[in-house]
Write a protein that binds this ligand. Structure first.
Ligand code: ATR
Length: 274
């Protein structure tokens, strides 16, 4: 039997946490498989995909700058990836090379893990930002029956993203935030504010429902000022590292047919790498 091979491709590929994570799961499951990091410049993307097909490699994570270009090079692109405007994972469905996006499922999977049943009485979410992570959060939350208000420094970006995503999602400038917070069941930060080296997010959670959940996609540091404020007010919190793990797990499941676990050991390994 030949060794199964999976990859993460990007340019520049730089530091990626994916090899450590998938390497951990491969070892845990005792698979005869490898997960390799490959620097693939844009002009070599088509050749890489041809090589991938010829060798019938198992799967691949796709990162910047290939997330859009790779759509033209697979046989099928899932709706979720079209909605995200990005393919971040490819795998075989029979003989069909398929491109998908695991961010929305990763986002929701971590929320389910942290607060099972969280969506029982939840109907509205506020998502800060209008980039890729905001798309994933909004898409995933709507799929679970919530309506979503996107608030962004650049209002037009939030509004055009809302139009692109369609029903139950609205876009606003940040000035709308104070009036939206009080009725939200969930607040999600997808901006880089609060990350080490960035300014803090200037937000007062005082008016939020006591049952609200605060989810910060930022995971450097793990406990952001936003999550600290939420915890101090007795609100439930969700950190960003778990989203990374859960989106990785979605890819692993498609490649190897095994749903790997977000164990405390794996979290510790990734935390040491932050
Ligand atoms: P990703 O794709 O990783 O989610 P991104 O596309 O870089 O990230 O998006 C970052 C988001 O953070 C954007 O919505 C950005 O707002 P703009 O659309 O106005 O640029 C938001 N953001 C970044 N720095 C910010 C700041 N200092 N204040 C407010 N919002 C900020």
């Amino acid at each position: 039997m030949t060794t199964a091979r999976a990859f993460v491709i990007g340019h520049p590929i730089g530091h990626s946490r994916s090899p450590m994570m998938h390497g951990y799961w491969i070892e845990q499951a005792g698979l005869d498989a490898t997960y390799e990091k490959r620097d693939v410049p844009p002009e070599a993307l088509a050749a890489f995909l041809a090589e991938f097909r010829a060798n019938r490699w198992t799967g691949c994570n796709v990162t910047i700058p290939h997330k859009l270009a790779v759509m033209e090079l697979v046989d099928e692109v899932q709706d979720v990836a079209r909605a995200m405007g990005a393919v971040n994972c490819i795998w075989w469905e029979g003989d069909t090379l398929t491109g998908g996006n695991t961010d929305a499922m990763g986002f929701i999977g971590h929320l389910d893990d942290c607060h099972p049943g969280w969506d029982k009485d939840a109907s509205r979410a506020v998502v800060l930002g209008a980039g890729g992570a905001a798309r994933a959060a909004a898409y995933g939350l709507r799929a679970r029956g919530l309506s979503v208000d996107l608030c962004n420094r650049t209002a037009t970006k939030a509004q055009s993203l809302a139009t692109h995503l369609g029903r139950d999602i609205a876009g606003h400038g940040n000035e709308a935030l104070p009036s939206l917070l009080g009725r939200a069941d969930l607040l999600v930060n997808t901006t880089s504010l609060g990350m080490i080296g960035q300014p803090q997010l200037d937000i007062d959670l005082a008016g939020m429902k006591p049952t609200a959940i605060i989810y910060d996609v930022v995971y450097v540091p793990l406990e952001t000022p936003l999550l600290r404020q939420a915890a101090a007010r007795g609100l439930r919190t969700v950190d960003g590292l778990g989203m990374l793990i859960h989106q990785g797990a979605e890819g692993f499941r498609r490649w190897f047919g095994i749903t790997p676990e977000a164990t405390a050991d794996l979290r510790r390994l990734l935390e040491e790498d932050i």
